[in-house]
Design a protein around this ligand. Structure first.
Ligand code: 0A1
Ligand code: ZN
Length: 866
């Protein structure tokens, strides 16, 4: 069934970017005919193929697990004009244009990989990116073969009353035997990965949108009947996205219909199939009782992301999968900008940088590091990474910063105009930006080819006599797999100097372009000692090392007018304190306590920002700052600081709690901020050891009128030794036992617990009747969450590692894509002491030695050992 791989077999082939060749044959038109049935679906395909260039090579049609039932060439049945080459079908063709027909049978209900046509919750749906189409029919399954699709499908009407595909519905009707049919035509040329089909028993939330040129678009979000009331937020986000893309990028929707279908079983977040987006239901469904504010934000962000792909991905697609960041980096940048415009831009930026540091920085520093445009892969599904997506978005953001908004928009317009209907490359994008702006981006292209997070050392000196300040910048790009030596990168750094006494910025903010390995920048007219504010707004995805004193960081955390820089100064102060505490066994907590107190008392700040600013960096992030991670010492140091903050500022936490407590549920940025601060304050009260903390937490849990408050309280309880803990977990389970997405939270909250018995609890939860390997959300909720719990996962016994490896192997038998995504935490072994490193390696070796491993897991595990 899978591309079997084991230690004894030959290693799977490596695909290289430099080997790209245009397709031998094009397929301008395809007609598909589905006779749908969960156990046995017939797929007939008629392809019009044309020779591309002068050559004698056969037509190669990719397949994966398909057996041809019939093959016809120009209408004639053929028995020996074709041959199989492994899973692919080869046909020698005499002329330059032919019509090829194939017929296959597939079994959607047996498809546990969730790639191709599969069953979820009794309905049928497809997932074709990146290479799922070849599991449905024989075809040159690569993104640079663009076709016009006509899709006819028939199915049992009672079981599957809704039949959807891409484009417009052009026909349909009843058939004998309780069956019905529908025909869909998509006028736009598209690659296979954007094909979609749904046969389902679902209901729709319907709405419409008038584009700025006056076209009416019918919108529908398809869900199970019980979920219908949970679709309002997604619909509002869809309409807001459509308006935003017109306003900010001048991009209008191009068809009369836009459908979204939510399914419970999905390997990723969602999929931008042309006019028929298919979503993991966690990124569609939201109501106050079941979704947190973070869930609401994620729903809006993912709906926007998939919608924006209609231009950045669909109208202009990728030539080959090495160009993935062309659509993903740009689209993430677009969805981040959209979300920033909907609420607090400052808080959004803080969240995005936090996510980048949590997921992408460790990837860039480990054995799986790769440039945003990778050079090679074994399995492309492994490259839907934080690097391609999130660092990719940072690279686009840097272009926006360097060019400025007008020139960036001109570049985007030129890119869409030049490449509409084409399969393009990252190079095409940069060239369009260059041509439209007149800015030379030759060296900027290094961001596409070099992996690794640059480190920038910044030193500021002051000569009071001459009124000069000298900023010395030194950059270093660390070696990564296959890239031992690096060139200096062009790094845009937004910089400001603050006067220590006056608190004024000297001459406003400057955009410093660090181009060389070493660079000095002179500032004139600096009459008093300056304090350095650098990488403001996180203008470049780099690590800045600067020896700024605790006093200077406290100054910036109270005074910097760039909210990100202000947050960053507080984080740096906290990190310095905690790293010091781990190294020396203790640290002076006073500067952090004073800075947090200042922030809490500052009435000019909004609650959402305060909540972000006073939060301690995660244990993993602290570990990332150290030569070797000591998970036990980090946990102890962080808890000690939390306790002191809790005790010393108990009055402030109580005041913050009281201020936010009475807030009745509303989904507005202000109300969200109050809820966030409320739970942060509760966490500090719990850490303080205050006698009534358990009562307050339990009351918040019990009386909550929304999931944000309820889950926030549950997380505090889950970390605690209090008797209320088990009662709350049981009550939560009972209340939501029928809602899978909320039960996911129940698993996650326990997997993230900081208690000493978390490994036991997680092993036990894996045997819970609600735990299943068939649902990727459930796997991620328990296993994925556990593997980022630094303390529990890195238990010195190695039990956490063994548990994860067992899960990887069990999931791999069903769903290699989801299994492979669980592997990376084991690849962090170099960051730990010898004992833990050996235990992690042992598990990776066990995985690699397992017979029948998928190439997905083989690639991740073997590279992680490297
Ligand atoms: N293009 C989608 C991500 C995606 C990738 C692969 C999938 O297959 C399992 C599904 C979705 C996006 O960026 O949203
Ligand atoms: Zn995407």
């Amino acid at each position: 069934m899978l591309d079997a791989q084991n230690a004894a077999a030959a290693p799977p082939p490596v695909i290289h970017r430099e080997d790209y060749r245009p397709p031998d044959w094009l397929v301008p038109d395809i007609a598909l005919d589905f006779t749908l049935d969960p156990a046995a679906t017939r797929v007939k395909a008629r392809l019009s193929v044309t020779r591309n260039g002068v050559h004698q090579r056969p037509l190669r049609l990719d397949g994966d697990g398909l057996t041809p039932v019939a093959v016809r060439i120009d209408g004639e049945p053929q028995a020996d004009a074709w041959r199989m080459d492994g899973p692919a079908l080869l046909i020698d063709l005499p002329g330059d244009a032919h019509e090829i027909e194939t017929e296959v049978e597939i079994a959607p209900e047996a498809n546990s990989q969730l790639m191709g046509l599969y069953a979820s919750g009794g309905n049928l749906c497809t997932q074709c990116e990146p290479e799922g189409f070849r599991r449905i029919t024989f075809f040159p399954d690569r993104p640079d073969v663009l076709s016009r699709y006509v899709v006819r499908m028939e199915a049992d009407k009672a079981r599957y009353p809704v039949l959807l595909s891409n484009g417009d519905r052009t026909g349909g009707g009843d058939l004998p035997g309780g069956r019905h049919w529908a025909e869909w035509r998509d006028p736009f040329f598209k690659p296979t990965y954007l094909f979609a089909l749904v046969a389902a028993d679902l209901v729709a939330n319907r709405d419409s949108f008038a584009t700025r040129s006056g076209k009416q678009v019918e919108l529908a979000i398809w869900v199970k009947p019980d979920d219908l009331p949970r679709t309002e937020h997604a619909m509002a986000a869809l309409k807001a996205s459509m308006a935003w893309d017109e306003k900010v990028y001048g991009r209008e929707y191009d068809l009369g219909e836009f459908n979204i279908v939510a399914v419970a079983d999905f390997n990723f977040g969602a999929m931008e199939n042309k006019s028929l987006n298919i979503f993991n239901s966690r990124y569609i469904l939201a109501d106050p009782d079941t979704a947190t504010d973070v869930d609401y934000d994620n729903v809006a962000g993912v709906v926007a992301h998939e919608y924006f792909h209609n231009w950045s991905g669909n109208r202009v697609t990728c030539r080959d999968w090495f160009q993935l960041s062309l659509k993903e980096g740009f689209t993430v940048f677009r969805d981040q900008s959209f979300s920033a415009d909907q609420g607090s831009a400052a808080v959004k930026r803080i969240e995005d940088v936090r996510a980048l540091r949590a997921a992408q920085f460790p990837e860039d520093a480990g054995p799986l590091a790769h440039p945003i445009r990778p050079e090679s892969y074994i399995e492309i599904s492994n490259f839907y990474t934080a690097t391609v997506y999130n660092k990719g978005a940072e690279v686009i953001r840097m272009l926006h910063t360097i060019l400025g908004p007008e020139k960036f928009r001109a570049g985007s317009d030129l890119y869409f105009e030049r490449h509409d209907g084409q399969a393009a490359t990252c190079e095409d994008f940069v060239t369009a930006m260059e041509d439209a702006s007149g800015v030379d981006l030759t060296r900027f292209r290094l961001w596409y080819s070099q992996a690794g997070t640059p480190r920038v050392r910044a030193t500021l000196t002051h000569e009071p006599a001459g009124g000069q300040a000298r900023l010395t910048l030194e950059q270093e790009v660390p070696p990564t797999p296959g890239q031992p030596a690096k060139q200096p990168m062009p790094i845009p750094l937004r910089v400001a100097l603050y006067g220590e006494m006056t608190g004024e910025v000297f001459g406003g903010e400057r955009l410093v372009m660090l181009e060389d390995q070493h660079q000095e920048i002179l500032f004139e007219g600096i009459g008093e000692r300056p304090i350095l504010s650098i990488n403001r707004g996180f203008s470049a995805p780099v690590t800045v090392v600067s020896e700024r004193s605790a006093a200077d960081l406290a100054f910036l955390s109270a005074r910097d007018d760039d909210p990100f820089a202000r947050y960053e100064a507080m984080q740096q102060l906290m990190v310095d304190t905690l790293v010091g505490a781990v190294a020396r066994g203790s640290a002076d907590h006073r500067p952090v306590i004073d800075a947090v107190q200042d922030t809490l008392r500052n009435s000019a700040l909004d609650a959402a920002f305060i909540a972000e600013a006073v939060l301690l960096p995660s244990e993993s992030f602290i570990g990332d700052q150290m030569a070797k991670v000591d998970p036990v010492a980090i946990h102890a140091a962080r808890e000690a600081l939390r306790r002191d903050l809790g005790q010393e500022l108990e009055d402030e936490w109580r005041a913050s709690y009281a201020k936010t407590h009475a807030n009745r549920y509303e989904y507005t940025p202000a109300a969200k901020g109050l809820r966030r601060l409320k739970t942060v304050a509760l966490g500090y009260l719990a850490a303080s050891g205050a006698e009534d903390a358990a009562i307050i937490a339990h009351r918040q849990f019990r009386d909550a009128d929304n999931m944000t408050d309820r889950q926030g309280a549950l997380a505090t309880l889950a970390n605690s030794p209090w008797p209320e803990r088990d009662e709350a977990l049981a009550a939560f389970y009972d209340r939501y036992r029928d809602n899978g997405l909320v039960i996911d939270k129940w698993f996650t909250t326990q997997a993230l617990s900081t208690r000493d018995d978390t490994v036991d609890a997680v092993e036990k939860l894996a045997k819970h009747p609600d735990f299943t390997l068939a649902n990727p959300n459930r796997i991620r909720a328990l296993v994925g969450a556990f593997s980022v719990n630094q303390k529990a996962f890195n238990d010195a016994s190695g039990r956490g590692y063994r548990f994860l490896a067992d899960m990887v192997l069990a999931v791999d038998k069903l769903n290699p894509q989801t299994a492979a995504k669980l592997v990376p935490p084991l690849g962090r072994w170099r960051r730990f002491d010898e004992g833990r490193a050996a235990l992690m390696r042992k598990e990776l070796e066990r995985i690699v030695a397992t017979p029948g491993l998928s190439k997905d897991v083989f690639e991740q595990a073997s590279k992680s050992l490297g």
